[in-house]
Design a protein around this ligand. Structure first.
Ligand code: A2P
Length: 356
């Protein structure tokens, strides 16, 4: 029985990782208080503004992501969340090139993949992303996961590289003007703390999975109280792609009905109201417009927030084998070790495009 359970988890992890093509998440000031209903941007430490609602492009398929970006810019969105690992940056770039919105009005984030940790590789990866997106600078560049893999490998540690050296390289790229802000993604509290101990340029953002089933209140508080803004990826619990059921959760749908808005808007408002940036992914123009506008049309009451707090059950919908989340179990670690040895080929296939 236990073996069957273990085998099933190994299988599920492998399937999740094979399907995984990268992940993605604001940047708040230490003083970041819950947002006033009208505030649509955060002011970063640098004084730059970061729109609280952006467009996520993870799992936006090639062929449709370009029109989603176009629809989003047309609807007034000025914040795009991208990553090399999503393998669709070239199409985002084509949509940007076709748009009449000036580059300087758009906040563009991208992410450095896990096997690009040595200084020369970091800069080459950034240059590729810049070229795909058709821009000469990024507003924000994130370390996608707090792991150090050897070049062109999957989950093979690189003893000659370190996150510290990667960060120092990113700092130099800020100095060189290729990046305006640097940050991290999927970092837990201890990892943010360690980074803060040596960062010359402080991380502007930690992008993490956040929705009412996974509020991560302590980590959000820690980041915000240390001037690290927080961005929520998968703020809708990945819609109907997972069993998150957040869009059909009775508490969420009831609150949505009271305000005459969609369940998605309730979920987005929930994060935005605590000063957390959201990057809902959608390739559907009507949803893109709704996600951008509706969350500003109402405010969640204390009573509604208390009701939503009961949804928290710690469920994660993005937990690949290399993740370092504090809630990983011993069996997760065993699974990771098995996968590293036995199934890295699967991941290599999944990440081939990233390393090209
Ligand atoms: P689609 O891209 O087909 O519009 P998350 O951002 O949490 O990862 O969720 C993304 C998923 O949620 C996608 O499947 C997306 O579908 C769906 N989605 C995005 N916006 C809405 C919305 N306003 N209402 C319902 N589903 C949405």
């Amino acid at each position: 029985m236990r073996l069957a359970h273990f085998t099933r988890r190994v299988f599920l992890r492998a399937a999740a990782a094979a399907a995984f093509v990268g992940t993605q998440t604001p940047n708040l000031l230490a003083s970041a208080a819950p947002m006033s209903p009208g505030a649509r941007e955060l002011t970063l430490v640098s004084g730059a503004k970061m729109p609280l609602i952006g467009l996520g492009t993870w799992e936006a398929d090639p062929g449709v992501v370009g029109s989603a970006v176009q629809a989003s810019l047309d609807a007034g969105c000025r914040h795009l969340d991208c990553a090399a690992a999503y393998r669709n940056e070239h199409e985002v770039g084509e949509a940007l090139a076709a748009s009449s919105v000036p580059r300087k009005e758009i906040f563009i984030t991208s992410k450095l993949w896990n096997d690009r940790r040595r200084p020369a590789d970091v800069e080459a990866a950034l240059d590729k992303t810049l070229s795909r997106l058709g821009t000469d600078y990024l507003d924000l560049y994130l370390i996608h996961w707090p792991v150090v893999w050897a070049k062109d490998s999957v989950m093979k540690p690189d003893a000659q590289a370190s996150l510290r050296e990667t960060w120092q390289t990113l700092e130099k790229l800020v100095d060189a003007g290729k990046i305006k802000h640097i940050g991290v993604s999927n970092y837990n509290e201890a990892e943010v703390k360690e980074l803060l101990s040596y960062a010359r340029i402080r991380p502007a953002v930690n992008q993490i999975e956040l929705h009412p089933r996974l509020p991560q209140t302590q980590l959000v508080k820690y980041c915000q109280s240390n001037d690290v803004c927080v961005t929520a990826y998968s703020p809708l619990g990945r819609g109907s792609k997972t069993k998150a059921g957040l869009l059909t959760n009775p508490t969420v749908t009831q609150i949505a009905a009271v305000h005459g808005v969609s369940p998605a808007s309730v979920l987005l408002r929930w994060n935005v109201q605590r000063g957390v940036v959201v990057i809902p992914k959608s390739v559907t123009p009507a949803r893109i417009r709704q996600n951008l506008e509706e969350p500003w049309s109402f405010r969640l009451s204390d009573q509604e927030l208390a009701a939503m707090a009961t949804i928290d059950d710690g469920a994660r919908f993005c937990s690949p084998p290399w993740s370092t989340f504090g809630d990983r179990t011993r069996s997760d670690d065993i699974v990771t070790s098995c996968l590293t040895r036995l199934a890295s080929g699967v991941f290599a296939v999944a990440s081939l495009d990233i390393t090209k």
